[in-house]
Design a protein around this ligand. Structure first.
Ligand SMILES: [Mg+2]
Length: 162
């Protein structure tokens, strides 16, 4: 198991190789809602919260880089799947076109490592990729991914200037 927790504050710091899958968290990773930062459960967003991007330039660079290298980015959030409309709207609000990206919801029922192991890989092939990257603001989620998949490259996203 990897000992080291890679910490990043920009998506520019994610190294992309040919055929890379990026599994990316949403709340406090690609967007945040200032009013409820650190207070509200991730899976009960309200329509009244206005989300802000964390690093939209870096994110768009990452997506463009993946496109050039036959990669893909999917979202994996602890939000509930009933928030799908709100979640898609939140992503568009911060400047992310969600259409090219699949969105998976854990409903906060299990760790993301366990979700990838027991749910995601059943409906979405993750073994065909050369390199898999997991990005989340919560260290415990990155650890949970390492528990099931030591070969995945985990990154803890730390928000700056927010
Ligand atoms: Mg998060």
């Amino acid at each position: 198991m990897p000992e080291k927790m890679n910490k990043i504050s920009s998506f520019f710091d994610i190294p992309i190789e040919e055929s890379t899958l990026v599994i990316c968290d949403i709340d406090e990773t690609v967007l945040y809602t200032p009013l409820y930062k650190g207070k509200l459960s991730e899976y009960t967003p309200s329509l009244h919260d206005i989300p802000h991007p964390t690093d939209i330039e870096g994110f768009q660079h990452l997506v463009a880089n993946l496109r050039e290298k036959n990669g893909e980015l999917i979202f994996l959030t602890a939000r509930g799947n009933l928030t799908d409309d709100i979640t898609r709207n939140d992503l568009r609000t911060v400047g992310i076109d969600e259409n090219p990206h699949k969105i998976f919801y854990t409903n906060n029922w299990m760790s993301k490592g366990k979700y990838i192991f027991s749910e995601l890989q059943n409906e979405y092939p993750i073994n065909k990729w050369n390199r898999i990257i997991f990005i989340d603001d919560k260290e415990r989620e990155v650890k949970s991914v390492y528990d099931y998949f030591p070969q995945i490259h985990g990154y803890v996203f730390v928000m700056e200037n927010t």
